[in-house]
Design a binder for this molecule. Structure first.
Ligand code: ATP
Ligand code: MG
Length: 183
């Protein structure tokens, strides 16, 4: 799985709809301080289901919605879509037949939120399952932010084990076992 495109609207500093295309190979996002580079990474993490505003550098989840600037009024909704290219036959049944699929997250100022898979409403669980064992999830190792390497090195063995299990492809089974035991 590889990220191909990000569409951002009403999320943090991205008030108007912005589309970022990522070709094969390495892409770099460059720009002056405060222009929104880290907000792009926050957008990816958020669309993958991040539930902690602190991990998105905010105090409340509402902080991800564009809050207005000198020239623009605040907006009522944040929306981020991520388009992934997928090798046919890979991933869970929901996306196995698609060469490309899109996940979307929306948040309204009244607190309502939505997750969509290929524009069809779904549960957060469906999104999480898509990326389990791929290393892509909101908390997985595909996003190495500032301070992360030090955090991994200094982590307790149990916490470091989480990353190893994700890489080894065990986390999906652990999650299913947990759900099964709860039933
Ligand atoms: P640096 O090079 O310093 O790391 P950066 O390009 O990573 O900068 P970001 O942290 O992505 O910059 O963007 C910060 C900008 O985003 C700030 O100007 C901040 O006001 C704006 N911003 C963050 N959240 C919102 C919001 N909810 N509404 C409007 N603007 C926001
Ligand atoms: Mg930054």
């Amino acid at each position: 799985m590889q990220i191909k495109r990000i569409e951002i609207a009403g999320f943090k500093s991205f008030v108007d709809r912005a589309t970022l295309d990522f070709g094969p190979g390495i892409a770099a996002v460059v720009g002056p301080n405060g222009c929104g580079k880290s907000n792009v990474v926050d957008a990816i993490r958020w669309a993958l289901g991040e539930q902690s505003p602190r991990n998105l550098r905010g105090r409340a989840m509402e902080d991800v919605i564009f809050g207005g600037s000198e020239s623009r009024k605040p907006v009522g909704m944040a929306e981020v879509s991520l388009v992934f290219v997928n090798e046919k036959g890979q991933g869970p049944a929901t996306v196995r037949d698609y060469a490309e699929f899109m996940v979307t997250r929306r948040l309204f100022r009244n607190g309502d939120s939505e997750y969509l898979l290929n524009k069809t409403p779904c549960r957060l669980l469906d999104i999480s399952e898509l990326f389990m064992d791929t290393g892509i999830g909101a908390r997985a190792y595909s996003i190495i932010e500032q301070g992360k390497v030090g955090q991994i090195l200094n982590a307790k063995p149990e916490d470091r084990r989480f990353l190893i299990e994700e890489a080894a492809g065990v986390s999906k089974f652990k999650a299913r076992k947990k759900t099964a035991l709860r039933k």
